[in-house]
Design a protein around this ligand. Structure first.
Ligand code: FE2
Ligand code: FE2
Length: 246
């Protein structure tokens, strides 16, 4: 078989497999596009089985997936994270902060955008130093507040995205005040300082550049992320198998 024939055979096998499966979307995926109160219609599934594992439309994850497997197979191109981590490294920040920069937006890239700082913090909490997950959680709020002492201004991008009238909601304001009074404030603040959208197009950063830092600071579970029974294992499993019926 030549390359084209192999590609065609693979496509054929995939479409046959999809014909045998019922794959449904979770309510959260479509809420807004449809009224989540409307009754869910379950396809009849006559002669088919409901998907209970890997979605054949996605790249298959290894049995014991690592953090980098998630970066490569489930997260959108992570340039923003790589560039932020690189900047933190260039600025001479310690490894905890470099790791926090590398992980801070995985909520957006691979899970749920709303409240992304909280989701990302929860995902990584069992595997990192508490200061790292704390900084990731609070970058969500601190991004909206300037701190001239470190040259952090309200992002121009936010004015563009949310309009000049936007003011953070009371829960964000509360989180900001909590963060300001905390001993780790500067860790989260330095995360926001290195959380930049102005990239250097001449620099390519590879995930592998951070292999050692991740190795020393992220407690990769031997069973693989999602299969270690940690408090966030189910969240990693959902990213791995996002369309499982149950
Ligand atoms: Fe963020
Ligand atoms: Fe970011």
């Amino acid at each position: 078989m030549n390359t084209l024939e192999r590609a065609e055979a693979a496509e054929h096998a995939l479409s046959e497999e999809l014909d045998r499966l019922v794959i449904m979307k979770s309510a959260i995926y479509t809420s807004g596009e449809r009224d989540p109160r409307a009754p869910m219609t379950r396809p009849s599934g006559e002669g088919k089985t409901f998907l209970m594992g890997h979605d054949p439309r996605l790249p298959l994850m290894p049995e014991k997936p690592t953090l980098f497997d998630f970066f490569k197979l489930r997260f959108a191109p992570a340039n923003h994270l790589l560039q932020s981590a690189r900047l933190a490294q260039k600025n001479g920040l310690d490894e905890k902060l470099i790791l926090a920069c590398l992980l801070h937006d995985i909520g957006i890239l691979g899970f749920i955008r709303a409240d992304h700082g909280y989701w990302a913090a929860q995902l990584v909490e069992p595997y990192v130093d508490p200061e790292v997950s704390w900084a990731i959680r609070y970058h969500q709020a601190l991004r909206f507040y300037a701190d001239e002492s470190v040259g952090y201004k309200y992002p121009e991008l936010y004015t563009k995205l949310f309009g000049p009238e936007y003011r953070p909601e009371p829960h964000i304001e509360r989180a900001y005040k909590t963060a300001c009074a905390h001993k780790w404030y500067m860790t989260a603040r330095l995360l926001t300082v290195n959380d930049l959208y102005a990239f250097d197009p001449n620099v390519t950063v590879e995930l592998e550049d951070f292999t050692d830092i991740v190795g020393r600071n992220f407690r990769q579970p031997a069973e693989g992320l999602g299969f270690d029974d940690s408090p966030s294992a189910h969240m990693w499993r959902t990213i791995n198998w996002p369309t499982r019926y149950l």
